[in-house]
Design a protein around this ligand. Structure first.
Ligand code: SF4
Ligand code: SF4
Length: 641
């Protein structure tokens, strides 16, 4: 029995070359000599598709990317041909593109080695793509067990149904329906409820649920622990109600609003030390170009989603806009006036208009301030309120983010992850901002908590008419919340368009890879796979021509390496930067279509067919507006965008 742990960088010894770390296992278990050991390790590195396997043998963990480290750990786990492999969230810390490659690899190796695998994860998309059978656990008990196809087609436990409905699916839109959430929190394991452990959170709980439900067998190969599974199976009771966010439905032609934020040719270059070659050639050091001439526009009350892998520059862009980093070049106009300088130099009213929700609420809340003090601070400092008025506003803000008034007296360590993020959102809204930058605000949260926070963000935006710049690597989450989407790679934008266009060809080849890498929580869904095998290049050594050419699966030749690709306009508010014409891209990407969700996705009686139908949105006649204007300017500016 071998194990692949969650965090590969913590699993590898930083002071031993990775080849020796894997060889050590063989020497201990199989007593092989040095040369045979090296051959076996090299063979294993080749089987886990490590490029330059012989070179990787000699490297230390810090010289490998996250994806390469995880391949080494998988090689380590498979080197003794185990009968059972335990994988504990092996892709949670990886980008969606690397995750897809590792999942393909794990699936293939398990098949080739004929090993059994126990895959522990909170990601239902991964379960749907990798597993044959699934066991759903809650508070230490098995709630449901069955083959993946059957269980995803007809879940019988309210907890499973809640989990499946809380995941945003590609094409799902906040303006059509909200995400289903699971109320409350898991019980403390020292203070378990009597009867059904899920009863305090279950929308179907009745008197009989005060007795502990047995694990029953509703069908061959399936188990469920619920007193009401027959009613759920027959459809007499339903957990999946129609879910409203209260967000107004807007026709695509009416999405246009007046401009709020206008970022023009923004650049952020970090100085770095000279390399040895630069020193010998007496050249100045090449800067690290994290953001390299980006044009962006955000309109009042609308959401611009910014997507890309780690290292694409999206967080640096957000930090420059908010003023946590100074800019190397370009302008940032908020409500028509350039906001100069960093956060210390900006006037109070600009600070109030522009707020941010960070990825990790644990780090963004001061542990020594109560929730009330944390919320009162911006109300007094930025909104200029007196103490009494600020206290009343604290209560209103807590209510707006669905927290009771007594939370004002609690410290961050007394809150769950979801509650902390609600407080962080309330704090961002305290100064009545025009724009909130949300930097991966749900990526550290569980799926049901994530759904509640996404619903909350959608509702607050509608009520307060606040705009969002929403940054995420998860296209399904961005697609759910964003009206417009921009795709960023190596410091530049490569695609911009309406959120609801992002899952339908034509797509930029990079976006295509991101979309096809989404682990969709539907085992019936077949999406054509496009995998990116190389790592993101070092931004100090930018590729010439199209920056994506070193990884592009659709590269058409030398032109991609030599010439900057042009922006191509679909004529429907959708712009792609590529040498391939849009009609050719559409043809190449035939089959990469994800149909939008109209109805709650689960608690249906029969398995759904694979969705491969081409979806066309009625985009004709999109009004020319602010969005169009900045796209025009972006095209005019050419190269740097
Ligand atoms: S036994 Fe009752 S409380 Fe528990 S999951 Fe079933 S319906 Fe809900
Ligand atoms: S320009 Fe060439 S390398 Fe760049 S995305 Fe298009 S096809 Fe790929």
């Amino acid at each position: 029995v071998n194990m692949v742990p969650q965090n590969p960088s913590a699993a590898l010894n930083p002071s031993i070359r990775v080849g020796n770390q894997v060889a050590e296992i063989l020497r201990r278990h199989e007593k092989l000599d040095r040369s045979a050991t090296r051959d076996r390790v090299l063979d294993m590195f080749q089987r886990v598709q490590l490029a330059d396997a012989a070179g990787v043998l000699q490297r230390f963990p810090h010289e490998l990317s996250g994806g390469m480290q995880q391949r080494v750990v998988v090689a380590m786990a498979l080197i003794t041909s185990p009968r059972l492999l335990v994988l504990d969230e092996p892709t949670t810390s990886l980008d969606v593109t690397t995750e897809a490659v590792i999942l393909d690899l794990v699936r293939e190796l398990i098949h080739v080695e004929q090993a059994g695998a126990l895959y522990v994860t909170h990601n239902l998309g991964v379960v749907a793509q990798v597993c044959d059978r699934v066991v759903v656990m809650y508070a230490g008990e098995i709630m449901e067990d069955g083959p993946v196809n059957d269980l995803f087609a007809q879940p019988l436990h309210p907890y499973t149904i809640g989990l499946l409905n809380s995941v945003p699916r590609p094409g799902q839109d906040k303006r059509k329906a909200g995400l289903q959430t699971i109320a409350g929190q898991p019980p403390a394991l020292r203070d378990m409820p009597q009867g059904c452990v899920f009863a305090p959170r279950c929308p179907l709980a009745i008197d009989i649920c005060n007795t502990h439900p047995p694990l029953e067998q509703p069908a061959e190969g399936r188990l469920v622990r619920c007193h009401r599974w027959q009613e759920i199976a027959s459809g007499t009771v339903s957990v999946s109600g129609k879910r409203q966010t209260g967000v107004e439905a807007v026709a695509i032609a009416d999405l246009q609003r007046e401009p709020l934020l206008d970022v023009h040719h923004l650049a952020k270059h970090f100085p770095v030390q000279r390399t040895l070659i630069e020193l010998l050639r007496r050249e100045p050091p090449a800067p690290l170009r994290a953001v390299d001439g980006v044009n962006l526009g955000v309109q009042k009350g609308r959401t611009l989603g910014l997507v890309g892998e780690s290292g694409s520059g999206k967080t640096t862009l957000a930090r420059v806009i908010i003023g946590l980093e100074d800019r190397t070049g370009g302008t940032i106009d908020l409500l028509g006036a350039d906001i100069m300088g960093d956060v210390h130099q900006r006037p109070k009213e600009k600070l109030a208009q522009l707020q941010m929700v960070f990825q990790n609420p644990q780090n963004s809340l001061n542990p020594y301030l109560t929730v009330g003090q944390a919320l009162r601070r911006p109300l007094i400092k930025l909104a200029g309120m007196k103490r009494g008025e600020a206290d009343r506003e604290v209560r209103r803000l807590l209510e707006a983010v669905n927290l009771r008034p007594e939370y004002a007296r609690r410290y961050p360590n007394e809150l769950s992850g979801g509650e902390k993020q609600r407080v962080a959102i309330a704090r961002a809204f305290a100064s009545d901002p025009a724009l909130v930058i949300c930097d991966e605000p749900v990526s550290s949260l569980d799926v049901s908590v994530q759904a509640a926070v996404l619903n909350l963000l959608a509702r607050l935006q509608d009520e307060e008419d606040t705009a969002y710049l929403f940054i995420s690597h998860d296209l399904a989450v961005v697609g759910y919340l964003a009206d417009y989407i921009a795709v960023m790679y190596l410091g530049q934008l490569f695609e911009v368009g309406y959120g609801r266009d992002m899952f339908t060809p034509p797509l930029h080849p990079y976006t295509e890879a991101l979309v096809s890498a989404i682990p969709v929580p539907d085992p019936q869904r077949q999406v054509k796979r496009v995998r990116l095998t190389n790592d993101v290049p070092n931004p100090r050594d930018m590729p010439t021509g199209c920056r994506f050419h070193t990884r592009c699966p659709r590269k058409i030749g030398a032109i991609c390496e030599q010439e900057l690709p042009p922006w191509r306009d679909s004529g429907q508010g959708h712009h792609i930067r590529c040498h391939i014409p849009l009609d050719e891209l559409t043809e190449l990407q035939h089959g990469l279509v994800i149909q939008p969700e109209e109805e709650p996705p689960v608690q249906r009686r029969t398995p759904r067919r694979a969705r491969l139908a081409l979806v066309a949105f009625g985009l004709g006649g999109v009004a020319a507006g602010a969005w169009r204007l900045w796209l025009e300017r972006m095209r005019r500016d050419g190269g740097g965008t």
